[in-house]
Design a binder for this molecule. Structure first.
Ligand code: G6P
Length: 369
């Protein structure tokens, strides 16, 4: 078992470190520094079919749902199609408005989650075309969907999902570019920088991993706390939902992920002297707004760890501690910011003495309802 963990103490830590290679594998053969920018030859979907879609539903559970939230933002921004993202256990029972012009994307690491498969079947019953984003070749989702995009993350053993999520983000980015190019909604001058940002990700993740001790020391500080808040706007809000879930799953520290601008509508009441808050501020166009939300929590005594990119590094003056991640395209930032959030959950769990790879009450794959 030690050999399988490649010398790491836990599968989760190994899988966090697998991410640079997983990114290379998921992007391999799919990206080009010029027309057609992305190439997804496995798709049976024709350009004519893509042009006919009127809307997209993204359906998944848990961490895969959180990847879907980022996917929704990228597809709406770049391909200008309305996208709903919903957890499968709700979607399947609310008679969603699915038509033959709806593309339903199911996201599932295992491809075996019962609720997600039920949603897939519900979508097909209504005549929708179904695309599965999955990590497992030969899985039920891969077999039953009309189209499949595989994430080439390699086997994920740890119950807490890491590289499956981050490679799902990459699959969404590639698919969103593909849709946008066919629909003519994103000029080449905008696609070029996005593709460039994607190609830089593996080495940028490596550079974040080299600074893991910064996160470890923060994790050790908050390990004795019972509550923590994560805040962010836009795709930062999508990523903090994943960071919060990760922390809860394996460290059992209660946390809430909040859209930074929504805090003042109630939950701000829970911020008191010393409450730890992790604030993501990687989006230049939302930066000023996020900083003002950080001021709101700091005024109530919160201790804030800010996570920013080089473009938003001015955040240093507004937080107690700053973690800088490498510069990237704003929409791609989640593929980097999730790494410190995974490490935070991991080191908090270790500091509290839990079995990181086997969190209580959770299963890797939930194949019954
Ligand atoms: C379980 C796991 C989660 C996972 C979810 C969906 O609840 O504990 O980590 O996100 O299932 O799994 P899937 O295989 O469909 O992505």
């Amino acid at each position: 078992a030690v050999a399988e963990k490649a010398g790491y103490d836990h599968f989760m830590l190994k899988e966090i470190h697998d991410q640079p290679q997983a990114y290379r594998d998921t992007l391999s053969g799919r990206l080009f520094k010029g027309y057609p920018w992305v190439y997804l030859p496995e798709l049976k979907l024709t350009p004519e079919q893509i042009k006919q879609f009127r809307n997209i539903h993204i359906v998944a559970c848990g961490t895969a749902y959180h990847a879907g939230l980022v996917g929704k933002t990228a597809i709406e921004r770049w391909a200008r199609l309305p996208v709903e993202a919903e957890v499968a256990s709700e979607y399947r029972y609310r008679s969603p408005l699915i038509t033959p012009e709806t593309l339903v994307i199911v996201v599932s690491q295992s491809g075996e989650t019962a609720d997600t498969l039920a949603a897939l079947r519900e979508a097909k019953r209504h005549g929708a075309r179904v695309l599965a984003v999955t990590n497992v070749v030969g899985s039920t989702a891969a077999r039953e969907a009309d189209d499949v995009l595989f994430t080439w993350a390699g086997p994920e053993i740890s119950v807490a999902s890491t590289k499956a999520y981050s490679t799902q983000l990459l699959a969404f980015y590639a698919f969103a570019i593909h849709l946008a190019r066919i629909r003519g909604t994103l000029p080449d001058e905008e696609i070029g920088p996005i593709v460039h940002a994607l190609t830089k990700l593996p080495e940028q993740v490596e550079s974040i991993l080299q600074r893991k001790d910064e996160i470890k020391s923060y994790a050790e500080e908050i390990a004795s706390r019972e509550h923590l808040f994560f805040i962010g706007r836009g795709v930062d809000y999508a990523v903090v939902q994943e960071g919060s879930l990760k922390l809860k799953e394996i460290s059992y520290i209660h946390s809430e992920a909040y859209a930074a601008g929504e805090l003042k509508h109630g939950t701000l009441a829970l911020i008191e002297e010393g409450t730890p808050v992790v604030a993501l501020a990687t989006q230049p166009d939302l930066y000023e707004k996020t900083v003002s939300n950080i001021r709101e929590v700091m005024a109530r005594g919160a201790g804030v760890l800010g996570i920013a990119t080089e473009e938003t590094a001015g955040l240093a003056g507004s937080v107690d501690r700053l973690l800088l991640i490498p510069s990237t395209h704003p929409m791609i930032a989640p593929a980097l910011t999730v790494i410190p959030l995974q490490l935070l959950a991991y080191y908090a769990s270790v500091a509290r003495g839990y079995d990181v790879d086997k969190p209580r009450n959770l299963a890797k794959s939930v194949t019954v309802e």
